[in-house]
Design a protein around this ligand. Structure first.
Ligand code: PLP
Length: 383
């Protein structure tokens, strides 16, 4: 089946009791046992260990990413946490992209470091830097591509060719492009991480996450942590995400087309000093972006005249764009990473990887693109 068919039908079967075509929200803590020695044929016993609505979403996400299975989580961070917990022990070492969502950096440095895990934040866009970062204690390479917020790309196949012979699992955070545009498992990665909060939901209605696996042993390890640590997604969130995911391809296409138009407008504007969007020929990794994925996504960033003050003043004068932390929704959102999403990164490290004080991140939504551009134009005119 094609992607559009799978995003609507994978994992969903009409309810055998009522015939309802939408998978019901199985809002139940526990499931009856026919006898002390038996469980229901369905295998469900307690919703932390498994819930039918969550199972349906897990099957859909696994199918869309081309994995053998997936585990859904309370948030994207719970998904990343589960990958770390499943694969690294005290005394082990992990390599993480030096540009990644700020919460990933925080989890590594403020939580897992306390348990004796050693991290190298490497420029994973440089394969020599990845080769130099791995050592005999490395048990995980975790890349994010394109990375939040600078959009730095990592060559997924290139990194996998380094990790596979060493038996090191390579996990890719594919939140920004989704499987509609980028399929890390087909490029050699072993695990895919999602904040389903973003494009899978797409409507600013939930927070959730997922980990998709290439092999049974990895899925077992991740699912074990999902249950043992209780990092599960709720049935209500799974149900909302099942509905949102049905239009993933259409939203990605339209929002990406809007993003291209917004990027071109910003690129031509005299008060904009820098624009970054993977679809622009000026994007430093335009070639890799074109080769590795079938679309450029709907995320971008820019800097305006007047630096931080200019950026803040612009963000304060917009009427259609919403100043908020999320991304990937039908609503267009504008964010200041230095004070919002990446506030917990130490400033020297943040600046070293290119997250400047004046960087304005945009998540382009599904509104009429003329309105989005007009709004930016009136804000820029005030500078
Ligand atoms: N990965 C990426 C690329 C993100 O942008 C985010 C959140 O912004 C996360 C992971 C964490 O997801 P959540 O906010 O659902 O915990």
């Amino acid at each position: 089946m094609g992607f559009r068919t799978d995003q609507i039908h994978a994992g969903a079967t009409p309810d055998p009791v009522s015939g309802a075509i939408l998978t019901p929200i199985h809002q139940s803590t526990t499931f009856v046992q026919p006898s002390v020695d038996d469980y229901m044929e369905t295998g469900y016993s307690y919703s932390r260990s498994g819930n039918p609505t969550v199972t349906a979403l897990q099957a859909r996400i696994a199918k869309l990413e081309g994995g053998i299975g997936s585990a859904a989580f309370a948030t994207g961070m719970a998904a990343t946490n589960a990958v770390f917990m499943a694969l690294v022990n005290s005394g082990d070492h992990a390599v993480v992209s030096d540009v990644a969502y700020g919460g990933t950096y925080r989890l590594a440095t403020k939580v897992f470091a306390r348990f004796g895990v050693d991290f190298t934040f490497a420029d994973t866009s440089d394969l020599d830097a990845v080769r130099a970062a791995v050592n005999e204690r490395t048990r995980l390479v975790f890349t994010e591509t394109p990375a939040n917020p600078t959009l730095k790309y990592t060559d997924i196949a290139g990194v996998s060719e380094i990790t596979a012979p060493l038996g090191i699992p390579h996990a890719v955070d594919n939140t920004f492009l989704t499987p509609y545009y980028q399929r890390p498992l087909e490029l050699g990665a072993d695990l895919v991480v999602h904040s389903t909060t973003k494009y899978f939901d797409g409507h600013n209605a939930t927070v959730g996450g997922a980990v998709v696996c290439r092999a049974e042993a990895l899925l077992e390890a991740v699912a074990f942590v999902q249950n043992a640590a209780g990092l599960i997604m709720s049935p209500m969130v799974a149900w909302l995400t099942l509905q949102g995911s049905k239009t993933l391809s259409e939203r990605m296409e339209r929002q990406s087309a809007n993003a291209m138009a917004v990027a071109e407008f910003l690129d031509d504007h005299p008060k904009v000093t820098r624009v970054s969007y993977p679809g622009l020929a000026s994007f430093p990794q335009h070639e890799l972006a074109t080769k590795q994925a079938s679309g450029y996504g709907a995320m971008g960033w820019f800097e305006v005249e007047g630096g931080v003050e200019g950026g803040k003043s612009l963000m304060g004068s917009l009427r259609v764009w919403i100043l908020a932390e999320n991304l990937g929704s039908v609503e267009s959102l504008i964010t200041h990473p230095a004070t919002m999403t990446h506030a917990d990164m130490e400033k020297p490290e943040r600046l070293r990887v290119g997250i400047t004080d004046g960087l304005v991140r945009i998540s382009v939504g599904l509104e009429d693109v003329e309105d989005l551009i007009e709004d930016l134009a009136q804000g820029l005119d005030l500078l």
